[in-house]
Design a protein around this ligand. Structure first.
Ligand code: SF4
Length: 525
Protein backbone atom coordinates (compact mmCIF):
# COMPACT_ATOMS: atom_id res chain seq x y z
CA UNK A 1 0.00 0.00 0.00
CA UNK A 2 1.30 3.44 -0.90
CA UNK A 3 2.01 5.68 2.06
CA UNK A 4 -0.29 8.70 1.91
CA UNK A 5 -0.04 12.16 3.42
CA UNK A 6 -3.50 12.79 4.78
CA UNK A 7 -5.17 15.95 6.07
CA UNK A 8 -8.27 15.65 8.24
CA UNK A 9 -10.52 18.63 8.98
CA UNK A 10 -13.23 18.36 11.62
CA UNK A 11 -15.63 21.24 10.95
CA UNK A 12 -17.35 22.16 14.20
CA UNK A 13 -18.69 25.39 12.75
CA UNK A 14 -20.14 26.49 9.43
CA UNK A 15 -18.03 29.59 8.81
CA UNK A 16 -15.24 31.79 10.15
CA UNK A 17 -16.31 33.52 13.36
CA UNK A 18 -15.16 35.96 16.04
CA UNK A 19 -17.97 35.32 18.53
CA UNK A 20 -17.03 35.09 22.19
CA UNK A 21 -19.17 32.03 22.90
CA UNK A 22 -17.57 30.25 19.92
CA UNK A 23 -14.14 31.12 21.28
CA UNK A 24 -15.07 29.58 24.61
CA UNK A 25 -16.96 26.51 23.42
CA UNK A 26 -16.23 25.51 19.81
CA UNK A 27 -13.11 23.47 20.54
CA UNK A 28 -15.23 21.41 22.90
CA UNK A 29 -17.53 20.45 20.05
CA UNK A 30 -14.89 18.33 18.29
CA UNK A 31 -16.22 15.05 16.91
CA UNK A 32 -14.77 11.68 17.83
CA UNK A 33 -14.94 9.97 14.45
CA UNK A 34 -12.38 12.18 12.62
CA UNK A 35 -9.92 11.43 15.44
CA UNK A 36 -10.66 7.72 15.07
CA UNK A 37 -10.04 7.87 11.33
CA UNK A 38 -6.75 9.63 12.10
CA UNK A 39 -5.72 6.77 14.41
CA UNK A 40 -6.69 4.10 11.89
CA UNK A 41 -4.85 5.88 9.06
CA UNK A 42 -1.69 6.04 11.16
CA UNK A 43 -2.03 2.38 12.13
CA UNK A 44 -1.88 1.60 8.41
CA UNK A 45 1.32 3.60 8.04
CA UNK A 46 -0.03 6.89 6.64
CA UNK A 47 0.98 10.34 7.81
CA UNK A 48 -1.84 12.41 9.32
CA UNK A 49 -2.42 16.10 10.16
CA UNK A 50 -5.73 16.73 11.88
CA UNK A 51 -7.23 20.13 12.49
CA UNK A 52 -10.43 20.91 14.34
CA UNK A 53 -11.79 23.97 12.58
CA UNK A 54 -13.43 26.18 15.20
CA UNK A 55 -13.85 29.21 12.95
CA UNK A 56 -10.66 30.96 14.04
CA UNK A 57 -7.95 29.04 12.18
CA UNK A 58 -6.35 29.69 8.81
CA UNK A 59 -6.95 26.34 7.13
CA UNK A 60 -4.62 27.03 4.26
CA UNK A 61 -1.72 27.61 6.63
CA UNK A 62 -2.52 24.77 8.99
CA UNK A 63 -3.08 21.92 6.53
CA UNK A 64 0.20 20.87 4.87
CA UNK A 65 0.27 21.88 1.22
CA UNK A 66 1.57 18.54 -0.06
CA UNK A 67 -1.20 16.17 1.09
CA UNK A 68 -2.53 13.38 -1.15
CA UNK A 69 -5.91 13.06 0.53
CA UNK A 70 -8.13 15.46 2.45
CA UNK A 71 -10.85 14.01 4.69
CA UNK A 72 -13.50 16.43 5.93
CA UNK A 73 -16.16 15.77 8.54
CA UNK A 74 -19.06 18.01 9.41
CA UNK A 75 -22.69 18.51 10.20
CA UNK A 76 -25.10 19.66 7.50
CA UNK A 77 -24.78 23.32 8.50
CA UNK A 78 -21.11 23.11 7.40
CA UNK A 79 -21.92 21.54 4.03
CA UNK A 80 -21.33 24.66 1.93
CA UNK A 81 -18.09 25.33 3.80
CA UNK A 82 -17.00 21.73 3.23
CA UNK A 83 -17.87 21.90 -0.48
CA UNK A 84 -15.79 25.07 -0.84
CA UNK A 85 -12.85 23.48 0.99
CA UNK A 86 -13.08 20.37 -1.17
CA UNK A 87 -13.03 22.50 -4.34
CA UNK A 88 -9.95 24.39 -3.10
CA UNK A 89 -8.04 21.18 -2.48
CA UNK A 90 -9.26 19.34 -5.59
CA UNK A 91 -7.98 22.26 -7.64
CA UNK A 92 -4.51 21.52 -6.19
CA UNK A 93 -4.73 17.87 -7.21
CA UNK A 94 -5.76 16.51 -3.81
CA UNK A 95 -8.29 13.66 -3.53
CA UNK A 96 -11.11 14.61 -1.13
CA UNK A 97 -13.48 12.66 1.06
CA UNK A 98 -16.47 13.63 3.22
CA UNK A 99 -17.63 11.78 6.33
CA UNK A 100 -19.78 12.65 9.32
CA UNK A 101 -23.46 13.49 9.69
CA UNK A 102 -23.85 15.45 6.43
CA UNK A 103 -22.37 12.61 4.40
CA UNK A 104 -24.81 10.21 6.06
CA UNK A 105 -27.84 12.47 5.59
CA UNK A 106 -27.15 13.71 2.04
CA UNK A 107 -24.83 11.25 0.28
CA UNK A 108 -26.19 12.01 -3.22
CA UNK A 109 -25.48 15.72 -2.93
CA UNK A 110 -22.10 15.20 -1.27
CA UNK A 111 -20.98 12.91 -4.10
CA UNK A 112 -21.08 15.89 -6.45
CA UNK A 113 -18.36 17.69 -4.52
CA UNK A 114 -16.12 14.97 -3.05
CA UNK A 115 -14.23 12.04 -4.56
CA UNK A 116 -15.42 9.80 -1.73
CA UNK A 117 -18.41 9.99 0.57
CA UNK A 118 -18.44 7.79 3.66
CA UNK A 119 -21.48 6.45 5.49
CA UNK A 120 -20.92 4.15 8.49
CA UNK A 121 -17.16 3.69 8.43
CA UNK A 122 -15.16 0.83 9.87
CA UNK A 123 -11.49 0.09 9.32
CA UNK A 124 -12.28 -2.03 6.26
CA UNK A 125 -14.29 0.73 4.58
CA UNK A 126 -11.51 3.19 5.27
CA UNK A 127 -8.88 0.82 3.85
CA UNK A 128 -10.89 0.36 0.68
CA UNK A 129 -10.71 4.09 0.11
CA UNK A 130 -7.07 4.49 1.13
CA UNK A 131 -5.96 1.61 -1.12
CA UNK A 132 -7.66 3.24 -4.06
CA UNK A 133 -7.43 6.98 -3.32
CA UNK A 134 -8.09 8.30 -6.82
CA UNK A 135 -10.16 11.22 -8.07
CA UNK A 136 -13.77 10.25 -8.81
CA UNK A 137 -15.37 13.11 -10.71
CA UNK A 138 -17.96 14.31 -11.54
CA UNK A 139 -19.54 11.85 -9.09
CA UNK A 140 -17.73 10.63 -6.01
CA UNK A 141 -17.87 7.06 -4.70
CA UNK A 142 -20.21 6.31 -1.85
CA UNK A 143 -18.63 3.81 0.54
CA UNK A 144 -20.19 2.49 3.72
CA UNK A 145 -20.19 -0.42 6.13
CA UNK A 146 -23.44 -2.17 6.96
CA UNK A 147 -23.21 -1.25 10.64
CA UNK A 148 -21.25 0.92 13.02
CA UNK A 149 -17.83 -0.50 14.00
CA UNK A 150 -17.81 -2.99 16.88
CA UNK A 151 -14.94 -1.25 18.67
CA UNK A 152 -13.25 2.13 18.48
CA UNK A 153 -9.85 3.51 19.52
CA UNK A 154 -10.09 5.13 22.94
CA UNK A 155 -8.83 8.36 24.45
CA UNK A 156 -5.21 7.24 24.84
CA UNK A 157 -5.00 6.40 21.13
CA UNK A 158 -6.75 9.66 20.17
CA UNK A 159 -4.82 11.82 22.62
CA UNK A 160 -2.44 13.23 20.01
CA UNK A 161 -5.50 14.76 18.30
CA UNK A 162 -7.46 15.63 21.46
CA UNK A 163 -4.65 17.55 23.15
CA UNK A 164 -4.04 20.21 20.46
CA UNK A 165 -7.77 20.68 20.03
CA UNK A 166 -8.32 21.30 23.75
CA UNK A 167 -5.45 23.79 23.78
CA UNK A 168 -7.77 26.04 21.76
CA UNK A 169 -10.40 26.01 24.51
CA UNK A 170 -9.48 28.87 26.87
CA UNK A 171 -11.69 28.10 29.88
CA UNK A 172 -13.57 24.82 29.80
CA UNK A 173 -11.79 21.79 28.35
CA UNK A 174 -14.10 18.86 27.65
CA UNK A 175 -12.72 15.52 26.47
CA UNK A 176 -15.08 13.71 24.07
CA UNK A 177 -15.78 10.06 24.95
CA UNK A 178 -18.17 7.34 23.81
CA UNK A 179 -19.61 4.50 25.86
CA UNK A 180 -22.16 3.34 23.29
CA UNK A 181 -23.46 3.86 19.78
CA UNK A 182 -27.07 4.11 18.60
CA UNK A 183 -30.22 4.14 20.70
CA UNK A 184 -32.93 1.56 21.45
CA UNK A 185 -35.65 4.24 21.32
CA UNK A 186 -37.34 5.06 18.06
CA UNK A 187 -38.06 8.80 18.07
CA UNK A 188 -38.96 9.10 14.42
CA UNK A 189 -37.14 12.43 13.86
CA UNK A 190 -33.78 11.27 15.25
CA UNK A 191 -30.69 10.15 13.31
CA UNK A 192 -29.88 7.62 16.04
CA UNK A 193 -33.31 5.98 16.05
CA UNK A 194 -32.28 3.70 13.18
CA UNK A 195 -28.85 2.87 14.57
CA UNK A 196 -28.75 -0.33 16.58
CA UNK A 197 -27.83 0.28 20.21
CA UNK A 198 -24.41 -1.12 20.99
CA UNK A 199 -22.39 -0.62 24.17
CA UNK A 200 -18.64 -0.32 23.69
CA UNK A 201 -16.11 -2.20 25.79
CA UNK A 202 -16.35 -1.21 29.46
CA UNK A 203 -12.71 -2.16 30.16
CA UNK A 204 -11.60 0.25 27.44
CA UNK A 205 -13.75 2.94 29.03
CA UNK A 206 -12.14 2.37 32.42
CA UNK A 207 -8.66 2.50 30.94
CA UNK A 208 -9.50 5.82 29.23
CA UNK A 209 -10.79 7.38 32.44
CA UNK A 210 -7.66 6.34 34.35
CA UNK A 211 -5.53 7.72 31.53
CA UNK A 212 -7.29 11.09 31.75
CA UNK A 213 -6.42 11.39 35.42
CA UNK A 214 -2.76 11.38 34.36
CA UNK A 215 -3.41 14.35 32.04
CA UNK A 216 -5.62 16.68 34.08
CA UNK A 217 -5.98 17.40 37.77
CA UNK A 218 -9.72 17.26 37.34
CA UNK A 219 -10.73 16.16 33.85
CA UNK A 220 -14.07 16.98 32.26
CA UNK A 221 -15.62 14.38 29.99
CA UNK A 222 -18.48 14.94 27.58
CA UNK A 223 -20.18 11.67 26.73
CA UNK A 224 -21.16 11.68 23.05
CA UNK A 225 -23.50 8.72 23.50
CA UNK A 226 -26.90 9.54 22.02
CA UNK A 227 -28.50 8.25 25.23
CA UNK A 228 -26.09 7.65 28.10
CA UNK A 229 -28.70 6.28 30.49
CA UNK A 230 -29.53 3.17 28.47
CA UNK A 231 -27.06 0.81 30.16
CA UNK A 232 -27.03 2.88 33.31
CA UNK A 233 -25.90 0.18 35.70
CA UNK A 234 -22.97 -1.01 33.59
CA UNK A 235 -21.87 2.54 32.73
CA UNK A 236 -21.92 3.88 36.24
CA UNK A 237 -20.35 0.75 37.72
CA UNK A 238 -17.51 1.03 35.21
CA UNK A 239 -16.94 4.66 36.24
CA UNK A 240 -17.04 3.74 39.95
CA UNK A 241 -14.54 0.94 39.42
CA UNK A 242 -12.19 3.03 37.29
CA UNK A 243 -11.65 6.27 39.19
CA UNK A 244 -12.15 7.73 42.70
CA UNK A 245 -15.66 9.03 43.20
CA UNK A 246 -16.08 12.59 41.94
CA UNK A 247 -12.56 12.87 40.49
CA UNK A 248 -13.85 13.55 36.97
CA UNK A 249 -16.68 15.88 35.93
CA UNK A 250 -19.11 14.44 33.41
CA UNK A 251 -21.70 15.77 30.98
CA UNK A 252 -24.23 13.44 29.36
CA UNK A 253 -27.38 13.31 27.28
CA UNK A 254 -30.03 10.95 28.52
CA UNK A 255 -33.77 10.45 28.29
CA UNK A 256 -35.61 11.72 31.34
CA UNK A 257 -37.34 8.34 31.54
CA UNK A 258 -34.01 6.77 32.49
CA UNK A 259 -33.21 9.28 35.23
CA UNK A 260 -34.96 8.21 38.42
CA UNK A 261 -33.89 9.94 41.65
CA UNK A 262 -31.70 7.06 42.95
CA UNK A 263 -29.90 7.01 39.62
CA UNK A 264 -29.46 10.78 39.59
CA UNK A 265 -28.03 10.68 43.11
CA UNK A 266 -25.53 8.10 41.95
CA UNK A 267 -24.63 10.20 38.93
CA UNK A 268 -24.13 13.23 41.18
CA UNK A 269 -21.86 11.29 43.54
CA UNK A 270 -19.78 10.26 40.56
CA UNK A 271 -19.21 13.78 39.31
CA UNK A 272 -22.00 14.29 36.76
CA UNK A 273 -22.32 18.05 36.53
CA UNK A 274 -24.54 18.55 33.50
CA UNK A 275 -27.43 16.56 32.04
CA UNK A 276 -29.16 17.24 28.73
CA UNK A 277 -32.47 15.39 28.53
CA UNK A 278 -34.81 15.73 25.54
CA UNK A 279 -38.39 16.71 26.31
CA UNK A 280 -39.13 17.58 22.67
CA UNK A 281 -42.90 18.14 22.90
CA UNK A 282 -45.77 18.34 25.39
CA UNK A 283 -47.94 16.31 23.03
CA UNK A 284 -45.58 13.60 21.87
CA UNK A 285 -42.61 11.45 22.90
CA UNK A 286 -44.16 10.49 26.26
CA UNK A 287 -41.94 7.39 26.42
CA UNK A 288 -38.82 9.57 26.64
CA UNK A 289 -40.03 11.52 29.66
CA UNK A 290 -41.70 8.60 31.42
CA UNK A 291 -44.94 10.57 31.16
CA UNK A 292 -46.61 7.80 29.12
CA UNK A 293 -49.94 8.96 27.72
CA UNK A 294 -49.94 12.16 29.74
CA UNK A 295 -50.06 15.20 27.53
CA UNK A 296 -50.29 18.95 27.82
CA UNK A 297 -50.44 20.45 31.27
CA UNK A 298 -50.31 17.10 33.04
CA UNK A 299 -47.06 16.28 31.26
CA UNK A 300 -45.64 19.74 32.03
CA UNK A 301 -46.30 19.39 35.73
CA UNK A 302 -44.71 15.97 35.87
CA UNK A 303 -41.66 17.09 33.89
CA UNK A 304 -41.30 20.19 36.12
CA UNK A 305 -41.07 17.94 39.14
CA UNK A 306 -38.58 15.69 37.39
CA UNK A 307 -36.43 18.60 36.19
CA UNK A 308 -36.38 20.20 39.62
CA UNK A 309 -35.38 16.88 41.16
CA UNK A 310 -32.46 16.70 38.71
CA UNK A 311 -31.43 20.25 39.61
CA UNK A 312 -31.35 19.37 43.30
CA UNK A 313 -28.52 16.94 42.54
CA UNK A 314 -26.86 18.13 39.34
CA UNK A 315 -25.92 21.81 38.82
CA UNK A 316 -26.55 22.16 35.08
CA UNK A 317 -29.66 21.08 33.23
CA UNK A 318 -30.37 21.74 29.59
CA UNK A 319 -33.83 20.69 28.46
CA UNK A 320 -34.23 20.15 24.72
CA UNK A 321 -37.39 21.03 22.81
CA UNK A 322 -38.39 20.66 19.16
CA UNK A 323 -40.76 23.35 17.92
CA UNK A 324 -43.20 22.71 15.08
CA UNK A 325 -43.78 18.97 15.50
CA UNK A 326 -46.97 17.68 13.94
CA UNK A 327 -48.55 16.98 17.32
CA UNK A 328 -48.47 20.69 18.18
CA UNK A 329 -51.27 23.08 17.31
CA UNK A 330 -52.18 26.63 18.33
CA UNK A 331 -50.59 28.66 21.14
CA UNK A 332 -50.93 26.04 23.87
CA UNK A 333 -47.67 24.10 23.29
CA UNK A 334 -45.73 27.37 23.59
CA UNK A 335 -47.68 28.50 26.65
CA UNK A 336 -46.90 25.15 28.25
CA UNK A 337 -43.18 25.65 27.64
CA UNK A 338 -43.44 29.02 29.36
CA UNK A 339 -45.23 27.38 32.27
CA UNK A 340 -42.47 24.78 32.44
CA UNK A 341 -39.78 27.48 32.60
CA UNK A 342 -41.67 29.48 35.21
CA UNK A 343 -41.84 26.42 37.41
CA UNK A 344 -38.39 25.06 36.68
CA UNK A 345 -36.42 28.32 36.47
CA UNK A 346 -33.01 26.65 36.73
CA UNK A 347 -33.42 24.69 33.47
CA UNK A 348 -31.83 26.11 30.35
CA UNK A 349 -34.15 25.55 27.37
CA UNK A 350 -32.49 24.57 24.08
CA UNK A 351 -34.90 24.99 21.19
CA UNK A 352 -34.72 23.38 17.77
CA UNK A 353 -36.98 24.14 14.85
CA UNK A 354 -38.25 20.94 13.27
CA UNK A 355 -35.72 19.99 10.58
CA UNK A 356 -35.61 17.02 8.22
CA UNK A 357 -31.95 16.19 7.61
CA UNK A 358 -32.08 14.27 4.32
CA UNK A 359 -32.18 10.56 4.95
CA UNK A 360 -31.25 10.76 8.63
CA UNK A 361 -34.57 9.60 9.97
CA UNK A 362 -37.59 7.57 8.81
CA UNK A 363 -39.96 10.47 9.34
CA UNK A 364 -38.15 12.46 6.64
CA UNK A 365 -39.44 10.12 3.96
CA UNK A 366 -42.99 10.90 5.05
CA UNK A 367 -42.30 14.62 4.90
CA UNK A 368 -40.86 14.26 1.39
CA UNK A 369 -43.82 12.12 0.27
CA UNK A 370 -46.18 14.76 1.65
CA UNK A 371 -44.25 17.45 -0.22
CA UNK A 372 -43.46 19.33 2.96
CA UNK A 373 -39.66 19.60 2.69
CA UNK A 374 -38.26 22.95 1.56
CA UNK A 375 -34.92 23.39 -0.23
CA UNK A 376 -33.25 25.81 2.21
CA UNK A 377 -29.48 25.75 1.63
CA UNK A 378 -27.68 23.41 4.01
CA UNK A 379 -25.88 26.35 5.59
CA UNK A 380 -29.13 27.24 7.40
CA UNK A 381 -29.97 23.72 8.55
CA UNK A 382 -28.68 24.01 12.09
CA UNK A 383 -32.08 23.61 13.78
CA UNK A 384 -32.45 27.36 14.09
CA UNK A 385 -31.72 29.43 11.02
CA UNK A 386 -34.32 27.71 8.88
CA UNK A 387 -37.08 25.19 9.41
CA UNK A 388 -37.13 23.05 6.28
CA UNK A 389 -40.41 21.26 7.03
CA UNK A 390 -43.66 23.10 6.42
CA UNK A 391 -45.52 22.98 9.73
CA UNK A 392 -48.70 20.90 9.66
CA UNK A 393 -50.79 23.01 11.97
CA UNK A 394 -49.39 26.53 11.71
CA UNK A 395 -49.21 29.33 9.18
CA UNK A 396 -45.61 30.59 8.98
CA UNK A 397 -46.22 34.02 10.53
CA UNK A 398 -48.29 32.55 13.32
CA UNK A 399 -45.57 29.98 13.95
CA UNK A 400 -42.76 32.54 14.11
CA UNK A 401 -44.86 34.75 16.40
CA UNK A 402 -45.05 31.87 18.86
CA UNK A 403 -41.35 31.06 18.52
CA UNK A 404 -40.42 34.70 19.17
CA UNK A 405 -42.79 34.91 22.11
CA UNK A 406 -41.44 31.78 23.83
CA UNK A 407 -37.84 32.84 23.11
CA UNK A 408 -38.43 36.29 24.61
CA UNK A 409 -39.98 34.69 27.65
CA UNK A 410 -37.05 32.27 27.99
CA UNK A 411 -34.32 34.89 27.68
CA UNK A 412 -35.98 37.90 29.32
CA UNK A 413 -34.07 39.73 32.06
CA UNK A 414 -36.38 38.17 34.66
CA UNK A 415 -35.86 34.65 33.29
CA UNK A 416 -32.07 35.10 33.18
CA UNK A 417 -32.07 36.45 36.72
CA UNK A 418 -34.27 33.62 38.02
CA UNK A 419 -32.01 31.08 36.31
CA UNK A 420 -28.95 32.73 37.82
CA UNK A 421 -30.47 32.53 41.30
CA UNK A 422 -31.54 28.90 40.82
CA UNK A 423 -28.21 27.64 39.48
CA UNK A 424 -25.46 26.46 41.78
CA UNK A 425 -21.83 27.02 40.86
CA UNK A 426 -19.92 29.57 38.84
CA UNK A 427 -19.77 27.59 35.59
CA UNK A 428 -23.54 26.94 35.25
CA UNK A 429 -24.26 30.59 36.10
CA UNK A 430 -21.66 31.81 33.61
CA UNK A 431 -22.72 29.49 30.78
CA UNK A 432 -26.43 30.10 31.14
CA UNK A 433 -25.98 33.86 31.22
CA UNK A 434 -23.64 33.94 28.23
CA UNK A 435 -25.96 31.66 26.27
CA UNK A 436 -28.96 33.85 27.01
CA UNK A 437 -27.34 37.14 26.01
CA UNK A 438 -25.39 35.79 23.01
CA UNK A 439 -26.42 34.50 19.61
CA UNK A 440 -28.38 31.64 21.16
CA UNK A 441 -30.77 33.83 23.17
CA UNK A 442 -30.94 37.47 22.12
CA UNK A 443 -29.38 36.78 18.71
CA UNK A 444 -32.05 34.29 17.76
CA UNK A 445 -34.87 36.58 18.85
CA UNK A 446 -33.52 39.24 16.49
CA UNK A 447 -33.10 36.73 13.69
CA UNK A 448 -36.58 35.22 14.08
CA UNK A 449 -38.09 38.70 14.18
CA UNK A 450 -36.36 39.57 10.92
CA UNK A 451 -37.68 36.37 9.29
CA UNK A 452 -41.18 37.00 10.61
CA UNK A 453 -41.22 40.55 9.24
CA UNK A 454 -39.97 39.47 5.83
CA UNK A 455 -42.64 36.78 5.72
CA UNK A 456 -45.18 39.53 6.18
CA UNK A 457 -43.73 42.14 3.86
CA UNK A 458 -41.86 40.33 1.09
CA UNK A 459 -44.01 38.20 -1.22
CA UNK A 460 -41.05 36.42 -2.85
CA UNK A 461 -39.68 35.52 0.56
CA UNK A 462 -43.05 34.17 1.68
CA UNK A 463 -43.50 32.24 -1.60
CA UNK A 464 -40.24 30.36 -0.91
CA UNK A 465 -41.51 29.27 2.50
CA UNK A 466 -44.82 28.24 0.94
CA UNK A 467 -42.96 26.12 -1.67
CA UNK A 468 -44.49 28.20 -4.46
CA UNK A 469 -41.07 29.02 -5.88
CA UNK A 470 -37.53 27.69 -5.62
CA UNK A 471 -35.98 31.12 -6.18
CA UNK A 472 -33.85 31.53 -3.09
CA UNK A 473 -34.49 34.90 -1.41
CA UNK A 474 -31.61 37.37 -1.56
CA UNK A 475 -31.54 37.47 2.24
CA UNK A 476 -30.28 33.88 2.39
CA UNK A 477 -27.87 34.25 -0.53
CA UNK A 478 -26.30 37.34 0.99
CA UNK A 479 -26.00 35.72 4.36
CA UNK A 480 -24.13 32.69 3.02
CA UNK A 481 -21.84 34.92 1.01
CA UNK A 482 -20.94 37.12 3.96
CA UNK A 483 -20.64 34.25 6.44
CA UNK A 484 -18.42 32.09 4.23
CA UNK A 485 -16.06 35.05 3.81
CA UNK A 486 -12.90 33.93 1.96
CA UNK A 487 -14.39 30.48 1.24
CA UNK A 488 -17.23 31.96 -0.82
CA UNK A 489 -15.16 32.30 -3.98
CA UNK A 490 -14.38 28.56 -3.87
CA UNK A 491 -18.00 27.43 -3.60
CA UNK A 492 -18.64 25.36 -6.73
CA UNK A 493 -21.35 26.23 -9.20
CA UNK A 494 -24.71 24.99 -7.99
CA UNK A 495 -23.44 24.13 -4.52
CA UNK A 496 -25.93 26.42 -2.79
CA UNK A 497 -28.77 24.20 -3.94
CA UNK A 498 -29.79 20.62 -3.35
CA UNK A 499 -32.63 18.32 -4.23
CA UNK A 500 -34.95 18.22 -1.21
CA UNK A 501 -36.49 14.98 -2.52
CA UNK A 502 -33.24 13.03 -2.94
CA UNK A 503 -34.14 10.55 -0.18
CA UNK A 504 -37.56 9.83 -1.67
CA UNK A 505 -36.08 9.35 -5.14
CA UNK A 506 -33.40 7.03 -3.76
CA UNK A 507 -36.18 4.72 -2.53
CA UNK A 508 -37.89 4.75 -5.95
CA UNK A 509 -40.53 7.29 -4.96
CA UNK A 510 -41.65 10.22 -7.07
CA UNK A 511 -42.11 13.66 -5.57
CA UNK A 512 -45.43 15.40 -6.17
CA UNK A 513 -43.64 18.56 -7.14
CA UNK A 514 -40.35 18.91 -8.92
CA UNK A 515 -38.58 22.20 -8.48
CA UNK A 516 -35.38 22.42 -10.45
CA UNK A 517 -32.56 23.38 -8.12
CA UNK A 518 -31.08 26.66 -9.24
CA UNK A 519 -27.54 26.52 -10.40
CA UNK A 520 -27.07 29.89 -11.98
CA UNK A 521 -26.50 31.73 -8.75
CA UNK A 522 -23.03 30.45 -7.87
CA UNK A 523 -21.93 31.04 -11.43
CA UNK A 524 -23.11 34.62 -11.44
CA UNK A 525 -21.52 35.59 -8.14
S1 SF4 B 1 -34.13 8.83 22.88
FE1 SF4 B 1 -32.86 10.50 22.07
S2 SF4 B 1 -31.16 9.45 21.04
FE2 SF4 B 1 -32.78 7.94 21.35
S3 SF4 B 1 -33.93 7.93 19.42
FE3 SF4 B 1 -34.95 9.35 20.84
S4 SF4 B 1 -34.05 11.40 20.38
FE4 SF4 B 1 -32.72 9.82 19.48
Amino acid sequence: MRKLRIGIIDLVTRSPTKALYSRVMNANLASIMPQILGVWCEEDGHEVSLITYTGFENLIEEIPSDIDLLMVSGFTQAAQLSYAISAMFQARGVVTCLGGPHARCYPQDSQKYFDYVLGFTDQETLRTMLDECTPNRPLGKHLYAETQPQSLPGVRARWKFIEPTLKKAPILKIVPMLGSLGCPYSCSFCIDSEVKYQPLDFDDMKEDLRFLLTKFKRPRVGWHDPNFGVRFEENITAIEEAVPQGSIDFIAESSLALLSEPKVKRLAKNGFKALLPGIESWYDMGNKSKTGKKQGIEKVDQVVEHANMLLRHVPYLQTNFVMGLDGDEGPIPFELTKRFLDNSPGSFPAYSLLTAFGQAAPLNLEYQEADRVLPFPFHFLNNNHAMNVKPLNYEWIEFYDHVIDVSKHSFSKQAVWRRLKSNDGAIPKFLNTVRAISSEGKGRIQYYTKIRNMLENDTGFRAYFEAETDVLPEFFKNRIRSELGPFWEHLPEGAMYHDPHAYLKSTGGTPKRSLEPQIQMAASN
